[in-house]
Design a protein around this ligand. Sequence first.
Ligand code: PRX
Length: 634
Amino acid sequence: MSNYHCTNKSEYRKAYEDSVRDPESFWTAIAENHFQWKKPWKSVLHWDFSTPEIKWFEGAQLNITENCLDRHLNTRADKTAILFEPNDPSEEAEHISYAQLHKRVCAFANVLRTQGIKKGDRVCIYLPMIPELAVSVLACARIGAVHSVVFAGFSSNALATRIADSDCKMVITADGSFRGNKTIALKGIVDEALKSCPGVTTVLVAKRINSNIQLQQGRDLWLQPLLDNANEDCSAETMNAEDPLFILYTSGSTGKPKGMVHTTAGYMVYTAFTFKNVFQYNENDVYWCTADIGWITGHSYIVYGPLANGATTLMFEGVPSYPDFGRFWEIVEKHKVTQFYTAPTAIRALAKERLVNIDDYNLSSLKVLGSVGEPINEEAWHWYDDKIGKNKCPIVDTWWQTETGGIMISALPGIIDTKPTFATLPLPGVQPALMDENGKEIAGDPASGRLCIKFPWPGMARTIWGDHKRYKDTYFSAFENMYFTGDGALRDEEGNYRITGRVDDVIIVSGHNLGTAPIEDAINEHPLVAESAIVGFPHAIKGTALYGFVTLKETATSEEKLKSEINALITKEIGPIAKLDKIQFSEGLPKTRSGKIMRRILRKIACGETEDLGDISTLLNPEVVQEIIDASKK
Ligand code: PRX
């Protein structure tokens, strides 16, 4: 017997208790009964949070694509695996069956092999949301290459940093992408990035927008002719359980982005298990996650989790506002979507739209609604529940992180009661703890503190690429023998968790994780800028937006021009998602006597909470505070 699928509350309770009492037996039963292994494991779990070292299913051998594709061929060959909905609604949707996806992945994998990619090589994927993105991810996994997908909204500099950090040999891209009524020239961005990445020897280019682009001789190749000539059989590389599957970059509070490394067996088991339970997927359901595969949500819950369960997963190329704000609902109606998973920022943007009448769409296929990426505010929660779910679809508010690999805290629809703004209960296998300022666990409910996890789960990232020390320092040093999430949370009398937000210098804008340091570095590149500090402030659609306090070396002739130059620099270094909504110039920034900028004060000023700034007398320069407050009100 395994606890793979909890269908009622007592099964959830039993699974949870089993998973805490004897985690190894719990995960053994799940792994044994629901996956295909080339060789079984010798030890289920080896862990030490002090080093930190985490190994699941050591000794086992497998290939994740055999679990996502081959093993479904007997029973689901003709079932749609990927349902592709293009940007332009008049372009036909594409239904890619499991048999077709298997062939496409194998052909692509053979192209990679022919181009000299071997097990362990890193391949950067910089593609829009077209089928080639999912196919190339799986093709890498097929031959044991480590994929590093970079969201195609990142700038050439951000792309170059990521390519260089993990030493990628190849980039897979497209001539361009469609986004609503715009096109983006992706290949040009790649060309720019590669000027500083000599390690990349091959660029494969998918044709999407049919633009006139230059191929660099000896480096760039059109993808399609290679696929046309490739064999559609490709043996799956034998992977060890702990071989890296992929690298995915996420922002840290300081320094360059962190390349989180996920490994093969544990990640597969965890994403499959959480997908099945959180979305209660049934055989004929059509599941849709609106994220981009460039983020962890897309990796785990568009590609690996759904495919490991033989699900139909919808991939949408476009944006919620094109051709109008009814697009999501049109797609739900057209494809009879049963589970719909999106982000609070999208919900808020759609809720605000008065021109679209939701009642014009038939949303009766929906059974489960999901939310991810940031805390969902009560108003958005109720709108989602009333207007989209018609009060009949449970909302799963799923809390997790790039680092956790899969969902950690969430209701199970129809099984665990939902509560607006609460992610609710930990999934089986997840042991959260709330810690106080002195590093002690807070026992009993209600409680509020810093959210940690005290026991390993199979989906957790194992290291930061090339910087294990940073992995240890960031996640395992704040609290002894605990994984520290960086989030604050509170727990109610029933043990439900509510995530209150980051307690470090990471800011979540529209569900995207942005570190303050790289943005400040970009601003400081401007010749007129002396110093800068970024904080978050509440924003009706984005949840949190960015507010920059900037000091100048000399007075600017035009502040407006300077502001747009600063945002242009940020766009160049990181991408448009990191642009500032507000920029304020000031004579100085509040600092401690040791010279550290007091962001706490700036955060309060940005939020307009200037009555209670706490004790500022110990500052090095308390006089600047009033000046900044006055200017913020102008
Ligand atoms: O602060 C939490 C917030 O997003 C952070 C993780 O961001 P990222 O690694 O980009 O992954 C996002 C998608 C999994 C968390 O530390 N966060 C994510 N989901 C929620 C959330 N905050 C509140 N409620 C959530 N459901």
